[in-house]
Each structure stands twice: as C-alpha cells, then as structure tokens.
Design a binder for this molecule. Structure first.
Ligand SMILES: NC(=O)c1ccc[n+]([C@@H]2O[C@H](COP(=O)([O-])OP(=O)(O)OC[C@H]3O[C@@H](n4cnc5c(N)ncnc54)[C@H](O)[C@@H]3O)[C@@H](O)[C@H]2O)c1
Length: 273
C-alpha cells in the first residue's frame, strides 16, 4: 500500500509531456514527489524535489531511490531518436531504473508502456491486455521488455507494478486516429493515481486511454484498478472537423489504420548501422 500523505514517489522523465501533466495532477494529493530528468524542471512546487541526471548514471539512480516507496518510470526516447539512444535509454536505462528500484526495496513501479506493445493486432480485434503482446516496432519491443521484467519482479520478488499501455497522450486529440486512442492529461494523472494507491495490483498491464466513444480496445482491468476516465475525444470532433480533418465517416479505421499501432506498423525501422 502506497500512502499519498507519507510515502515518497520518484517520477523519471518528469520534465516531459506526461511528467508535467502528472506533476500538476498528483501534487495536491501526493505530498512527497521526487522528480528526475536529464533536463531540469524549472517550476518546482513546495512538495517537489528534483535530481537532474542522465538515466545512464547508475550511481545517481541508486542514490535517488533512497527513501522512495514507488517509482513512476516515464523517461524514454519518443518520436525522433537514433537506434543507439533507443537502446541506451529505453532498454539499458529501463533495466537500470528497475534494478536500482528493486535493490533499494521500492515496493511499486508504474511504467509508461505503450499501445505499440500490441500495435500489430488488426484494428478489427478488440484487444485486451490479457492477449500476448504483438509489438509493432523496436520501440514497442522495449516496452514489452519492461512489462516482462516487471512480471519477473513480481514472480521472484513480489514487487507490485502497473504497466500503462498509453495511447495518444496530448492536451487534445489531433487526428482521426486519436479520437480512438487519446489519453487526456487529467485521465493520465487519475490512472497513475489509482495505479499507485491500489492496495494490491499484483503485476498488472492496463490500457491508457480516455473514455473515448471510438475505443478499439476493452479492458477489464479498468474496473479492477478503479480507473474511471472522464474525458471523451469525441467532444473534440467538431474542432477537428473545423480544422479540415475528416472525422465524419463512422469508422474509416480498417483502411486508414488497419492495425492498432497506426503508422508505426508501416514506418521503416531506424537503420541498424
Ligand atoms: N506521449 C505519448 O503519446 C505516449 C504514448 C505511449 C507511451 N508514452 C511513453 O510515456 C513516456 C513519457 O512520454 P512523453 O510523451 O512525456 O515524452 P517526452 O519526450 O515529453 O518525455 C520524456 C522525458 O524523458 C527524458 N529523458 C530522455 N532521455 C533521458 C535520459 N537519457 N536520461 C534522463 N531522462 C531522459 C526527456 O528529457 C523527457 O523529459 C515515455 O516513456 C513514452 O514512451 C508516451
């Protein structure tokens, strides 16, 4: 059990988009937030402390785990990255964060996984986290690596975790696909809040979406966790339409994005050398 009033939570990647939303959404209830990122956070609140460090700095990781009860692991490369950075941050860095946490006796990890962990499923299949992963990219493969490590930590060490398969995290939905895959900032904070405070999530994998009318997934773990998203991407349909984005067809999914991973499934992988 992680207690918001007394227990310290470490957030990695805290200077990023999701991290910033979490700080705003969690800081009233979670009284002891330790933030880390390779970039500094400039607007620290009274109940926040920060450690500026690269994820590759294992001694720094070990030292920042002291007195920490739970870790929210967000740090990672996203979008444009080199293959070397992907390995260094999303594979080796992930390993070092999880290992430093385990050795320090951290009781819970909330991990930013991704919908790209199951992106190769056809969009016609209503995927739940109970199905085997089908990553659509090396980025997705390393998210599955994280989920798999956490399964091993649960089985061997009884460390509890929740892996969040985040869809499209944005302030607002941006295109037709994100009308199905959007995760709003408020719902993201709520999802992390319940993942931290649930008495015993075991080793759970959960979809990170808002309450979108066009959801192409289903997830019994939402009820188990007590996740009740409030935002619905459909409320942004008229704005998108006014911006010239065709959102009128009831379901263009099968030809526009035949798999859950959208464009990731079709993108060439980063060159290996
Ligand atoms: N944004 C989305 O739609 C989305 C969807 C699925 C999953 N996710 C995952 O959520 C997490 C956060 O995503 P985001 O959108 O906030 O990305 P972001 O790029 O805004 O934030 C990532 C943060 O990680 C930090 N970081 C990168 N390399 C680092 C290093 N070597 N050492 C320390 N810190 C480092 C960056 O400085 C950045 O602040 C990522 O793991 C991402 O894969 C995001």
């Amino acid at each position: 059990m992680i207690a918001p009033e007394t227990d310290r939570v470490l957030i990695t990647g805290a200077a990023g988009a999701v991290g910033t939303a979490l700080r705003l959404g969690l800081r009233d209830r979670w009284r002891h937030l330790r933030l880390t990122d390779v970039r500094p956070v400039s607007d620290l609140a009274a109940n926040e402390e920060q450690v500026v460090a690269d994820i590759a700095d294992r001694p720094a990781l070990e030292s920042m785990m002291r007195g920490v009860k739970a870790v929210v692991h967000l740090a990672g490369v996203v979008g444009t990255y080199t293959l070397e950075d992907l390995f260094r941050v999303n594979a080796r860095g992930l390993f070092d964060v999880f290992e430093a946490a385990r050795i320090a006796g951290v009781e819970r990890i909330v991990f930013a996984s991704s919908n790209h962990a199951f992106g190769c499923y056809p969009i016609t299949e209503k995927v739940s986290p109970a199905l085997p992963p089908r990553p659509d990219s090396l980025y997705g493969v390393f998210k599955v690596l994280g989920e798999t490590m956490l399964q091993q930590y649960f089985d061997r060490y009884r460390m509890r975790s929740v892996s969040l398969r985040i869809g499209t995290f944005r302030a607002q939905p941006v295109d037709q696909r994100s009308l199905a895959t959007w995760l709003s900032p408020a719902d993201a904070a709520h999802l992390v809040d319940v993942s931290l405070s649930h008495p015993d999530p075991g080793c759970m994998v959960v979809n990170g979406y808002s309450n979108n009318s066009r959801l192409k997934t289903f997830d019994p773990n939402w009820a188990t966790l007590g996740y009740r998203p409030k935002d619905n991407a459909e409320d942004h349909r008229e704005r998108l339409r006014a911006e010239g984005i065709d959102v009128d067809a009831p379901d263009r999914g099968e030809w526009e994005w035949p798999e859950h991973g959208g464009s990731f499934v079709r993108l060439p992988e980063r060159p290996v050398r």
